[in-house]
Design a protein around this ligand. Structure first.
Ligand code: PRP
Ligand code: URA
Length: 211
């Protein structure tokens, strides 16, 4: 049984319907991807550890809660993952941002790595790997491999996407069972050329206005 959390909040579903539509242009697509990412960031940080802190209100001293300072990093898979970074940074403004550059060969569907730049201390960080699409799962697995090779612990990694195919969820689950997958939608399947159905098309091209 695939391990995946579907974040089907009504606001997320509504916004996802907007970006699925073929007539949604680059400006709206970009804005709405960012809004969905912000809503997802709010939810995926629900279990961040807190600690007590003594403060003074204008009236009394008081013990209140504050984030315990666990370090986080947001890791977009280039290019399309870049569309989710601002939304995450809106919720986590002090987060570091690492980058994994991958493109999927259109014939073989295999990912090719072209760039990796990570914060030096990724072994100690909670990592949010973001990419709008989880299709065959090849790119997600390659990105996580790149992080693990540099010391990241799979249990500290969450993979966050907007649309996932069951095929990709299975591949990522099988390869990295400790990595939690969070998606805004779990779609039906891949088509014969590796696109998610119903999906939203090519996320990178729609974000950046390329073909
Ligand atoms: C897309 C998408 C994922 C990948 C998913 O990127 O953003 O990274 O495909 O497919 P997979 O699960 O089958 O690997 P693409 O390779 O098109 O690059 P781009 O982001 O530069 O457009
Ligand atoms: N990459 C995309 O951008 N869209 C898909 O449907 C599959 C892979």
């Amino acid at each position: 049984m695939a391990q995946v959390t579907v974040m089907d909040h009504p606001l997320i579903q509504h916004k996802l319907t907007i970006i699925r539509q073929k007539d949604t242009g680059t400006k709206d697509f970009r804005e709405v991807v960012s809004e969905i990412a912000m809503l997802m960031a709010y939810e995926v940080t629900r279990n961040m550890p807190l600690e007590d802190v003594e403060i003074e209100t204008p009236l009394v001293k008081s013990i209140q809660k504050t984030l315990s300072g666990k370090k986080v990093a947001i890791v977009p898979i280039l290019r399309a993952g870049l569309g989710m970074v601002d939304g995450f940074l809106a919720m986590l403004p002090a987060a570091k941002v690492g980058h994994v550059g991958l493109y999927r060969d259109e014939e073989t569907l295999q990912p090719h790595e072209y760039f990796v730049k990570m914060p030096a201390d990724i072994a100690e960080r909670q990592l949010f790997v973001v990419d709008p699409m989880l299709a065959t799962g090849g790119s997600a697995v390659a990105a996580i491999e790149a992080l693990v090779k540099r010391g990241a612990k799979p249990r500290n990694i969450k993979f966050i996407c907007l649309v996932a195919a069951p095929e990709g969820v299975k591949v990522l689950n099988d390869e990295y069972p400790e990595v939690e997958i969070v998606t805004a939608a779990l779609d039906e399947k891949l088509n014969e050329i590796g696109y998610i159905l119903p999906g939203l098309g090519d996320a990178g091209d729609r974000l950046f206005g390329t073909k």
